[in-house]
Structures are given as structure tokens and as C-alpha cells.
Design a protein. Sequence first.
Length: 300
Amino acid sequence: MSGRATYSHARGVWLDPDTGEEREQLQLMRQMAGKQVVLLGETHNVAEIHRWQLHVAAFLQAHRQRIAMGFEMFPRRLQPVLDAWVDGQLDTQAFLEKTEWQKVWGFPPELYLPLFHFCRQQKVPMIALNCYRELVTRVGKEGWEAIPEEERDGLTPSAPATDAYRDYLTGLMIANGRSPAMGVDGGISDRFLRAQQTWDRAFACNIAHALAAPGFASDPPLIIGIIGRGHLEYGHGTPHQLHDLGIKDIAVLLPTESDRHDAQDIAGIGDAIFRIDVPEPHVEMAQRRQKPESGTREET
């Protein structure tokens, strides 16, 4: 009996996850630069992934000068601080303080600072993609309809989750040992799913807001999203919500450190995957007294 098909993956190479064929980088970047939105998945505490994101952003800017970068790390209320940073009004320490970095995100800023300085040096607009943490918690506990309209942080209701997304999240939580997220039937709880979808919808809505903003609407830039991969894989999460908002010319690019893939496992995971260097030891999240406004999941 033959085993499942596998694809080998050389370091520093892009792979088509549906066919296992290598993608030539220059051709791929040209193709990606023509999209409305390119989403770069990450595991938050892996420095090598953030280096990869920076390299991809630079490649894309070389093919399409007008770009903007959206970041899961910042709630929408902090957009004025991001604008001031890109405009050169803040030094690094002031930027980290005004964005409440340790409270809002908590991972060592050194992981992300090269991306932030790229935006500042190249005058690339930064977009705050997240919502405020309390909204996620309330939607999880009470449901969307219980939230008054003026307290929805500019979000619209999430498109219904597919059964495939529920199954995907169940597998992810089991793999990560996140039993508190599980329901009595062995799958993820409705509460967890509603919370996850609030993040998914926030990222999608804030990308949509940016594309429709007065400064962008007539000549929209390519939006590059820096988002946890659990919100992006297999067309679930934020891609699903973007489609619901009418934004369909999108792509998902993902990193991997694996030299071999199960063909069935990676089919449909994204538009292309890149094999990075073997990551250095993962960086532990900085200690803090307060919970972050966004997720602290390694994969999501």
C-alpha cells in the first residue's frame, strides 16, 4: 500500500502548497504586488519569521511602491500614534510607550522593530488592525447582538463560521493543549469561536476601512497584513471575512521551517509557503501584570 504523497522543500525556496512545485521568487512577488491585500502569517515569538516578513514587504514595495502595512499588534484606538511614528514625530521609546506595547501585546519589541522602522524610513502607512480586548471578551461571553452599536469599535457582524473552520480551530487547540477552549462535545466552544471570529472580523474590517479611506480610495495601496497564521490558514478566519466584505483579490503567504510536507495537509493552506532558516530559540513573552488586548496564542 502506497503512503501519502509528500513534497520536499529546500531552504530559501517558495512552494505552491497545492502542487508541490517551486515558485520562482521574482515572478511570485510580481503576482502578489498586483493584489489588493497580501497577508503574511506569523508565529508571534519567532524572530526568523519577522525577518521573512520584512524581506517580503521589501520585495513587494520594489514592485509596487504604494503600499501600506496593517498590524494585528495594535488596536484601532492607537492609529494616531502609528501615524505620528511614520511621520517622524516620535522616537522608538516614545512610540513603544504611547502604543502601550507591554500592555497591548507583550512580546519583546525587538521582534517587530525592524518592521516598524521599515515603515518609518520608507514612509509606509501603518494601519492598526485590532479592536479593543474587552470587545472580544464580551462577544465571546454574550454574543454580538448583546453589544450596543456604539461599543462595536467600528466592526460589523462576522460572516458565519464554516464547519471546516470550527474543525481547524479544534485541531489547533488540541495541538496546543488549549483544553479550556474546548466544548463539551470535544470541539471548540461557541464562546471561543465567537471570540476568534471577532479578531478575524476586526482585521478584515480595518483593512476595508483603510482601502476606503479618503487618502487611499482613489489610488488604493497594496495592504500587507502582519497577522497570526491561525487567522489566515486554509482561507478561514480573516480571508473569509474579507471575502464577506467584498475584498476578494487577496493572497496568503506563510513561512515554514519543515523540509518535507504531507501533500494532503498543506493543500489549500495558502497561496505560497517559504522555507525559512531554522529558527533560533523562540523568544518568551515579556512578563507583565496586565492581559494584552490581542491574542497571545503562538499560532493565532
